[in-house]
Ligand binder design. Structure first.
Ligand code: V47
Length: 388
């Protein structure tokens, strides 16, 4: 334990000096038994970067189609063909309607992700963006993962830059971080053989950053990967960030086991979530934000994670499908009031941001404009009522 402690203290000194941590440091931290010491170290970095602020936004999700040619073993959302049960593809009118239904809500972002559909034309993906921008030109469209961009490039005979430029002309604002899974070839072969490789995923983001887009990055954990492969994944993201500076947020994504071909692996535990957030905060010194996606880890862990390196809780979300089809029992939406309460009670200052982290509203402990922050609003209970 004493040699362990000495090694931990040595890493802590590196963190305080701003020296990037090594692969071995990352693996050591993942295995370090004192969870609270690890959390406190990550919290130091979090507070150095963001003080007491915890960010959230007001967003919702649209998944225009779940028809997908990829065969990702962990995925419960995709259906191989149109005629399979629960397969769907939305018309442009249906997509338009999703936004019209929310025209009185202060939504600033729509998160759009699809399956890899075998025969929709490229114009469908451009039109999905256009119809939304026609209704709300100011709304930010965070759309299409690097895996989709790679698929479009191959299918429609374009370079990554050509795909991205056409989508930008149609209203694309940034890329979400999905599809990264785990970069290690060994794990990728078992999880998602045949979809974009690690190098292709990274190259799409490199191209996006060169074109001036911001993007997020993710890591799927709790499947077949080793701790070493998680650390390797984070370091590959850090290396690209060193080159481009275009990543805004890293989002660890915890595996949900229902309704997919990978099946009943034990779900990652609360301690694993907190360790992963803390190690990510410490290894990814050059990525500004670490996000706890409450949809996946639940509101309780999301709340505690604010002391383990996390400074962002994503958003109101609404209509999430990817995790709920995989058995997530979290609510499908939180109101702004509920998010503010989660943050306040963790002793942090809630900051409503837009997608690019411009501040829209900062909690001064008073009333949220137009919305009551009511202590009787339940938040730590699964299946929350959706509030306005
Ligand atoms: O790439 C799919 C993961 C991702 C399962 O950029 C699963 O702001 C666990 O990327 N269990 C999509 N994970 C979600 C995503 C995301 C979410 C929130 C915010 C942002 C952002 C991005 O979900 C997929 C895959 O890694 N996933 N199925 C499952 N059964």
């Amino acid at each position: 334990m004493n040699t362990h402690r000495a090694r931990f203290d040595e890493i802590a000194r590196k963190v305080d000096d701003g020296t990037p941590l090594s692969f071995d440091d990352g693996v050591f931290l993942y295995r370090y038994p004192d969870l609270l010491a690890l959390g406190a170290l990550a919290n130091r970095v979090r507070e150095r970067l963001h003080g007491d602020r915890t960010y959230f936004n007001v967003n919702f999700h649209i998944n225009p189609t779940n028809v997908c040619v990829a065969d990702c073993k962990f995925c419960s959302f995709a259906r191989l063909t149109e005629d399979m049960p629960q397969a769907y593809t939305m018309s442009l009118d249906e997509i338009r309607q999703k936004l019209l239904d929310r025209k009185d809500q202060p939504v600033t972002e729509i998160h759009i992700v699809n399956g890899l559909h075998h025969n929709l034309p490229f114009s469908y993906y451009e039109d999905c963006l256009r119809v939304l921008k026609e209704i709300r030109p100011d709304i930010h469209l965070k759309a299409y993962t690097a895996v989709e961009i790679h698929y479009f490039a191959e299918k429609f005979g374009m370079t990554y830059a050509e795909v991205l430029e056409r989508l930008m002309a149609a209203g694309l604002g940034s890329l979400p971080g999905g599809g990264a899974e785990i970069f290690a070839e060994r794990a990728r072969r078992k999880l998602c053989r045949g979809k974009a490789t690690a190098e292709q995923w990274l190259e799409v983001h490199r191209t996006a950053h060169r074109l001036g887009l911001r993007s997020n990055c993710t890591m799927l954990y709790g499947t077949v990967e080793t701790l070493e492969e998680r650390v390797d994944h984070m370091l590959r993201l850090r290396a690209l960030q060193e080159e481009t500076g275009g990543f805004q947020t890293f989002i660890p994504l915890a595996y949900h086991p229902e309704g997919n071909a990978l099946g009943k692996l034990p779900e990652p535990t609360g301690v694993d979530h907190l360790r992963t957030y803390a190690v990510a905060r410490l290894l990814l010194h050059n990525v500004p934000h670490i996000k706890a996606y409450w949809i996946m880890v639940g509101v309780d862990i999301a709340q505690v994670s604010q002391s383990f390196g996390v400074d962002d809780l994503d958003g109101t979300v609404q209509e999430e499908k990817i995790y709920h089809m995989a058995g997530a029992d979290t609510p499908e939406a939180l109101s702004r009031a509920q998010l503010v309460r989660l943050i306040r009670e963790a002793g942090r200052i809630a900051v409503e941001r837009d997608t690019l982290y411009n501040v829209r509203w900062e909690d001064d402990g008073g009333r949220l404009p137009g919305i009551r922050v009511d202590a009787s609003v339940p938040y730590s209970h699964h299946r929350l009522p959706v509030m306005p």
